[in-house]
Design a protein around this ligand. Structure first.
Ligand code: ADP
Length: 237
């Protein structure tokens, strides 16, 4: 099984802070895995997600120790653009991730900026909307979509770049339970059918546990357990 992520003894403090947001984190993820990251608020889930997407240390600077290898590349040594050729990110805040006013334009904007050849764009848009299950929304004004539909559009915009790996930071936190369930089910389908690796920080354990291969439990900037959901569940009791 090919390793796609290798985090080796990473510690990180934001800016000039002395307190570590991450402390001695090691994690290895195989291609095609579906990994959940759980833990209380402030545990370091978002910071770990930001390390995997390259946002730490490229966007959020600070004191960084250890290494994060994404598909064999050290995120400290390559640019954020290089990391984003492999990693697609979906964040918590639904609206700040969108730039256009119509669904199709949102998809086109990303693909054109990513440098996808023009003759491939139409097929990519159609296929990705189909994969994410929102083909019927193609001509809709984004302002008229529900939160769940908007977050699926964010996912589609990212999937259109054919990332090998998806990093999602609490993507369902603004969704109602049914939309959240639908979102996780869509991720599971993408993982199974396309083999895309998924790493998701998530607080809805009832949706995550039946889907994830492994769950990393974080507390105080550390990974305190990382195992199959069933075993993590037993140890939490
Ligand atoms: P979680 O996602 O589990 O809620 P975070 O990764 O957001 O945890 O936070 C871990 C620690 O890092 C917390 O102490 C938080 O206050 C701090 N932190 C998070 N983001 C920033 C930031 N942009 N600047 C400074 N400190 C931050």
């Amino acid at each position: 099984m090919k390793t796609i992520i290798n985090v080796d003894d990473v510690s990180f403090s934001y800016g000039t802070q002395t307190e570590q947001a991450l402390s001695h984190i090691s994690l290895s993820v195989n291609k095609g895995d579906f990994i959940g990251i759980i833990g209380p608020s402030g545990a370091g889930k978002s910071t770990l997600a930001a390390c995997l997407s390259g946002a730490v240390p490229h966007h959020y600077t600070g004191t960084f120790f250890g290494s994060v290898m994404v598909d064999g590349r050290d995120t400290c040594e390559v640019s954020l653009t290089d990391v984003s050729q492999i990693v697609g990110s979906v964040l918590q805040d639904i609206d700040t991730q969108m730039v256009a006013s119509v669904v199709e334009d949102e998809m086109l904007f990303g693909l054109e900026n990513f440098g996808v050849p023009h003759d491939q764009i139409e097929q990519r848009v159609s296929e990705t909307l189909e994969t994410v299950g929102i083909s019927d929304l193609r001509d809709r004004e984004i302002a008229t979509l529900s939160g769940g539909q908007k977050q699926l559009l964010n996912l589609a915009s990212v999937m259109a770049m054919s990332p090998e790996l998806l990093i999602l930071d609490e993507p369902t936190s603004q969704l109602d339970p049914i939309a959240a369930q639908n979102f996780i089910a869509t991720l599971s389908k993408i993982n199974r059918e396309l083999g895309t690796t998924v790493i998701i920080a998530e607080h809805r354990l009832e949706e995550l546990f039946p889907t994830a291969d492994r769950v990393a439990v974080m507390d105080g900037g550390r990974i305190v357990a990382c195992d199959a959901p069933r075993r993590v569940c037993r140890d939490m009791r």
